[in-house]
Design a protein around this ligand. Structure first.
Ligand code: ADP
Length: 175
């Protein structure tokens, strides 16, 4: 499913983010930038040790921000490591931190001349963010960014499994 925002495309697909051929893929990282499970483990396995070596040199990334490494053996040239919030009930600034993680990733892409980028659903695995709420925030943040930033030509959400894809598809109809 896809929509256009200005001259850019916002796309939802069900699949595996490690296989994407966008300029950059986004990783759901932790503040320590250490290899974890979930999408992080999958990206590091597929991309090889170079990604973790570069991440280790950067060392740290606060929640709501993002850092960039090369893509190692991936098709994508870059991995943007975004740190979404751990969900603690929704009254600890989670919504703004989640929006910020998406926005900061997009800003990094613009600054590096990256015009196509793939996101997973940040924070909705181990970090426990309810997918329905997270989907609305993710899609609204990306749409708002694309309105002012035509240099980003494609944002693709790569959703893992049909339930997550369906929830994002319903949210896209609403935002
Ligand atoms: P977080 O710690 O930010 O919650 P997770 O990696 O645990 O990050 O989960 C984030 C989302 O990524 C979840 O929806 C999970 O199902 C999904 N995911 C896991 N593996 C992949 C993959 N290979 N491609 C895309 N999404 C994935």
């Amino acid at each position: 499913m896809q929509v256009t925002v200005g001259t850019s495309i916002l796309e939802l697909v069900e699949g595996d983010i490690t296989q994407q051929d966008t300029d950059a893929i986004v990783n759901a990282a932790n503040e320590q930038l250490r290899v974890g499970g979930g999408v992080d483990g999958a990206i590091n396995r597929a991309g090889g040790p170079q990604i973790q070596e570069e991440a280790r040199k950067i060392g740290y990334c606060p929640t709501g921000k993002a850092v960039i490494t090369t893509g190692g053996n991936l098709k994508a040239r870059y991995v943007i490591h975004a740190v979404g919030p751990v969900y603690r009930g929704g009254h600890q600034g989670e919504a703004e931190l989640l929006a910020s993680a998406y926005r900061e990733s997009l800003k990094l892409a613009s600054a590096r001349g990256i015009s196509t980028i793939a996101f997973p659903s940040l924070s909705t695995g181990v970090y426990g963010y309810p997918v329905k709420e997270a989907a609305k925030i993710a899609l609204k943040t990306v749409k708002d960014y694309l309105k002012d930033h035509p240099e980003i030509k494609l944002v693709r959400f790569v959703l893992f499994g049909t339930p997550t894809y369906q929830t994002f598809a319903e949210a896209l109809a609403q935002v």
